[in-house]
Design a protein around this ligand. Structure first.
Ligand SMILES: Nc1ncnc2c1ncn2[C@@H]1O[C@H](COP(=O)(O)OP(=O)(O)OP(=O)(O)O)[C@@H](O)[C@H]1O
Ligand SMILES: O=P(O)(O)OC[C@@]1(O)O[C@H](CO)[C@@H](O)[C@@H]1O
Length: 308
């Protein structure tokens, strides 16, 4: 089974407008509310691709209720821990000439609620895949993902981590199955500016030496790189298309990677397939109004890599 954890899920309030005039009243030409949060996006795309999974994490208040009912309507299984106070955040995504995002802080997670999550995670079985993705509320220590991995280290899970800075770096000694920084996040970790794919490989290798089994680095419109645990290296240009919405492209890539890996059952060509599926799923979401459907991913896969 695949599980995703979102410590800080959201409702994403997407607003379309021509331009934003700061200090004035701005009016939208369209708006919608979508379930959000990196783990939740991974869950939704996995479901679209035909992989059953369960979304875990924390919800609070009326926004948390709306989030749960939206996921239910999409057929995504979830089992959230309800917090006593606060509310699930609403993240504002402004799509004008440029995309601007304003993400909320999210509710406080009590020690008791955290312990409830740990208890749930204790029930995972060897071979399960666990995705830890997104930021954590400010009240929590940057060791949160590491603490989970430490507690689960004897379970033989495949743990995927999509996070930034210390939250990501701290998990490396626990040998995550896959990590997915983007090129800026990779540069931030080492205090350098990443200029091209050679730089990406150089610094991704350092993360591998520190413990990550597979390092997938996304570069938005410039494509991606994978350093796989079997020593192979893959590079791809991003598929061409019209970008409609880049929110969730990275999460889609994570979902596509997992799907591609599972389709080949971890066999000989698993990492090539995982990489190619990751790239196509990320781009298919970027070219779509919302997260990519299976048909959109398959269509782009054939167009990009010429096979199914
Ligand atoms: N402009 C684009 N054109 C084509 N493909 C894109 C574009 N932007 C993103 N993608 C695809 O999605 C993948 C992930 O994108 P990106 O590097 O933006 O992830 P991210 O920074 O984690 O995004 P987010 O946090 O918004 O989910 C890229 O490797 C690429 O395959
Ligand atoms: O604040 P975080 O946890 O870093 O990111 C949250 C978020 O921006 O990430 C998703 C896109 O990747 C959105 O659905 C969501 O609003």
């Amino acid at each position: 089974m695949i599980y995703t954890v979102s410590f800080n899920p959201s409702l994403d309030y997407v607003q379309d407008l021509d331009c934003v005039n700061l200090g004035y009243v701005n009016r939208t030409s369209g708006e919608k509310i979508l379930p959000g949060g990196k783990g939740i996006n991974v869950s939704m795309v996995l479901k679209n691709l035909g992989f059953e999974n369960q979304a875990l994490g924390f919800t609070a208040g009326f926004t948390g209720e709306v989030l749960k009912s939206m996921l239910k309507a999409k057929g995504v299984e979830s089992d959230f821990i309800e917090l006593d106070a606060g509310m699930t955040r609403i993240n504002v995504k402004i799509r004008a000439k440029e995309e601007t995002e304003i993400n909320g802080q999210g509710p406080k997670i009590s020690a008791d609620a955290l312990e409830q999550l740990y208890q749930k995670l204790e029930t995972l079985q060897g071979g399960d895949i666990l995705v830890l993705a997104g930021s954590i509320p400010e009240s929590m220590p940057q060791s949160a993902y590491m603490d989970i991995m430490k507690r689960l280290q004897d379970k033989k899970l495949k743990i995927v981590v999509d996070a930034t800075r210390d939250l990501l770096v701290n998990v490396l000694p626990y040998k995550p199955f896959m990590i997915k920084p983007n090129n800026f996040e990779l540069g931030e970790i080492f205090g350098v500016e990443i200029k091209d794919k050679d730089d990406v490989c150089k610094y991704a290798k350092k993360l591998q030496e520190q413990g990550a089994r597979n390092v997938l680095v996304s570069m938005a419109g410039d494509g991606a790189v994978l350093l796989a645990e079997d020593g192979s290296e893959y590079r791809a240009e991003a598929p061409k298309g019209t970008v409609k919405n880049s929110v969730g492209a990275g999460d889609s890539m994570v979902a596509g990677f997992i799907a591609g890996y599972l389709i080949t059952d971890g066999g000989a060509d698993a990492y090539r397939n995982a990489f190619e599926m990751g790239v196509c799923t990320g781009s298919a979401s970027a070219f779509s109004e919302e997260l990519a459907t299976k048909e959109e991913v398959e269509g782009l896969y054939v167009k990009t890599f010429g096979k199914k």
